[in-house]
Design a protein around this ligand. Structure first.
Ligand code: SF4
Ligand code: SF4
Length: 422
């Protein structure tokens, strides 16, 4: 059965000039330009957001849930990403921000950072009880999970098979508030306020999740605008100050890796999709074997670098570092959450590979197609210029054999033919 994929990107083909810039930056060869317009292969897209940043013509846009969606629920909870507070200058107090969030419709506001203390203990426990799978690879970045499913399926067992902090919080909060508010879980809406399009996709189509407790994902960018709008009419309230500041460091890849390191574990942090691809290739080829835990993030430096943030990632990082200096972790239902983890409440299903290209079910036909691809690739100029609309000459050859392109798409060959060259 063909799986339908959710993606948090939208193609505005009327804006597309066919320049192929997006095709060249896509790490999974998910984009093509055909007949002068961009096209997406949904199976291959891992929601990294590179194409949105690359397009100068606003032909690829980020998509996230609208705030109005919260009105479908009786009780509305916002879970704020660890990158969230770093978007605001310090003169705007956290109590004002929280009151603004209440003003725009939320009943409860919970920071992802409140879960980080116990998350560190869960990860350490998982590493120790799965030492045969070393290195364990963090599964908190949805883009990285999808990249491994697509390009490094042999590493799927190495992924941390425990839900990410926001998902654990969502499950825990739905249960807690349904009891406290005397409501059904379906009447409680949990919305994550997120820094990247991958978080939006993961909210709607999580990988491996047994029970999805997240009802929607709103971009930090959208919520930031609303907060600024209502800020003049909200009051400061001392009791609303955030008290899980230390966990905000989780928005920075290096801090994530450092915090899991208890002095005995060896950890590594890598960010940026090309760096992540390089490291995964090294792990797959067993060129790296000394690490117990590897934190991988699509966005540079971690969630602070998300495309749905409003502030520059270095400024966000510096604000978070300022905030967390001289703070220590506080517990947040740590005992209850750890017990739930041990009982398997946060387990995920074994993650499965995403098959992108089956040449043919019949092995003979598949081998003959490989030969054809090789033969066509040899005919092509090998410049990987993307002018044909495919990212490389090899991919154009694959597209031709799949019946999705033709040799005449190569403009270099066309020119040669016009000049009568072979
Ligand atoms: S970057 Fe991609 S989507 Fe944007 S105009 Fe160029 S081909 Fe079209
Ligand atoms: S979001 Fe990333 S993977 Fe998806 S099409 Fe754009 S560049 Fe490719």
């Amino acid at each position: 059965m063909n799986k339908k994929y959710f993606h948090a990107i939208k193609l505005i083909t009327s804006n597309c000039t066919g320049c192929t810039k997006c095709v060249r930056v896509c790490p999974t060869e998910a984009l093509r330009v055909r007949n002068g317009k961009v096209r997406l292969d949904e199976k291959r897209c891992i929601d990294c957001g590179n194409c949105i940043t690359a397009c100068d013509f606003d032909a690829i846009r980020a998509v996230s849930d609208k705030l109005e969606m919260i009105n479908k629920f009786q009780y509305k909870i916002a879970i704020l990403s660890t990158a969230f507070e770093g978007q605001f200058p310090r003169r705007i107090s956290n109590s004002k921000i929280n009151n603004a969030l209440r003003h725009i419709g939320f009943d409860a506001i919970v920071q992802e950072s409140s879960l980080i203390n116990i998350m560190i203990k869960i990860i350490r426990d998982y590493i120790k009880t799965h030492s045969e799978l070393k290195p364990i690879i963090s599964s908190h970045c949805p883009t990285v999970v999808r990249l491994i499913q697509l390009r490094f399926p042999s590493l799927l067992p190495n992924l941390l098979h425990v839900e990410a902090p926001m998902r654990i919080l969502a499950m825990f909060l739905k249960e807690k508030f349904s009891q406290e508010q005397n409501l059904n879980e379906s009447e409680i809406g949990v919305f994550t306020i997120v820094p990247s399009i991958a978080n939006v996709t993961a909210a709607h189509q999580p990988e491996g999740t047994l029970k999805n407790a997240i009802d929607g994902a709103i971009s930090i960018r959208d919520i930031f605008g609303k907060i600024i709008e209502v800020l003049p009419s909200v009051k400061q309230n001392k009791s609303n100050e955030i008290d899980h500041v230390r966990g905000m460091g989780w928005a920075i890849s290096n801090i994530q890796a450092e915090e899991v390191n208890d002095g005995k574990l060896k950890t590594l942090a890598v960010s940026g999709i090309q760096n992540v691809i390089e490291i995964l290739a090294k792990i797959e080829n067993m060129q790296i074997d000394k690490y117990d835990y590897v934190v991988l993030n699509n966005c540079f430096n971690g969630c602070v670098g998300g495309t749905l943030n409003v502030e520059n990632s270095f400024v966000t990082m510096s604000r978070i570092l300022d905030l967390i200096r001289n703070t220590s972790y506080k517990e947040y239902y740590d005992k209850e959450i750890f017990t739930m983890y041990k009982k398997g409440s946060f387990n995920v299903k074994p993650l499965e590979p995403r098959s992108i290209m089956t040449l043919d079910k019949d092995i003979k036909t598949a081998l003959s197609k490989i030969k054809k691809i090789d033969a066509i690739t040899r005919k092509l100029p090998g410049l990987d210029c993307s002018a044909c609309g495919s990212p490389t000459c090899r991919v154009l050859a694959e597209d031709i054999v799949a019946g999705k392109a033709s040799l005449s798409d190569c403009i270099i060959l066309q020119r040669k033919q016009k000049r009568g060259e072979k």
